[in-house]
Design a protein around this ligand. Structure first.
Ligand SMILES: [Zn+2]
Length: 225
């Protein structure tokens, strides 16, 4: 995972490279690298230090020593979707293909932050489309979900953004998106409905027909009917 602040992505000298805590990077083979913009990280870290004081914590105590920097990095990781153009992800992996049946990618893990409380919501996305001359790589669908989810979101908009991105880029005969998620802002505060799952869906084209939609919903095994 490469993480670069979109405002400063052209200035590599400002980048701090962290090798995931596994010690020295090896010269061969695979290694995942996380990157943060140093200036943004330091600014955020100072603010989180203030937040710690404002919630009556002793920001100087031992256990919290590295916390502001860690939280500064975490929030940038959790909102990295702003650095990606989801339409780009699909249009750079668009292949001509005559396949005209439903393509379904189900149970795509999803982690997002609600824009009202900046508290996580998480669950699964199920995405289907019926190609109209073009298909995309299956992993790209998951990456589109990720690029929209790693932002401040509401589940409803996340659902329609994924649908519209696929519709506008691949121009398929239809798109179906179902998201099932649990919202920690609901579970940890407010009405404390511990196990409620919120389901949202968005469709275009062929999926607006009941038979197609039912087939999709049957295959993903959703409780949505
Ligand atoms: Zn919320």
């Amino acid at each position: 995972m490469i993480k670069a602040n979109h405002l400063n992505s052209d200035t590599n000298k400002n980048m701090e490279v962290v090798n995931n805590g596994f010690g020295q990077l090896r010269k061969t083979g695979y290694s995942r690298v996380d990157r943060w913009d140093t200036k943004t990280t330091m600014k955020l870290s100072k603010m989180y230090q203030q937040i710690l004081s404002l919630i009556s914590e002793d920001s100087d105590r031992k256990g919290l020593k590295g916390t502001p920097v860690r939280v500064a990095k975490a929030i940038q990781f959790l909102t990295q979707g702003y650095n990606y153009d989801p339409k780009d992800i699909l249009s750079t992996a668009k292949f001509k293909e005559e396949y005209k049946q439903m393509v379904i990618v189900k149970e795509i893990e999803l982690y997002s932050l609600c824009e009202h409380h900046m508290i996580p919501f998480f669950g699964k996305a199920h995405v289907a489309y019926i190609p109209n001359g073009y298909i995309t790589g299956l992993s790209k669908i998951a990456r589109v979900v990720e690029a929209y989810a790693r932002r401040l979101q509401v589940q409803e908009r996340l659902t329609t953004q994924i649908r519209d991105c696929i519709q506008e880029t691949l121009n398929p005969i239809g798109v179906g998106v179902v998201i099932e998620a649990q919202h920690l802002c609901m579970m940890m505060r407010g009405i404390q409905k511990q196990n409620s799952v919120t389901t949202t869906s968005a469709f275009t084209g062929e999926f607006l027909k009941e038979a197609t939609r039912e087939e999709f919903i049957h295959i993903i095994g959703s409780t949505l009917h």
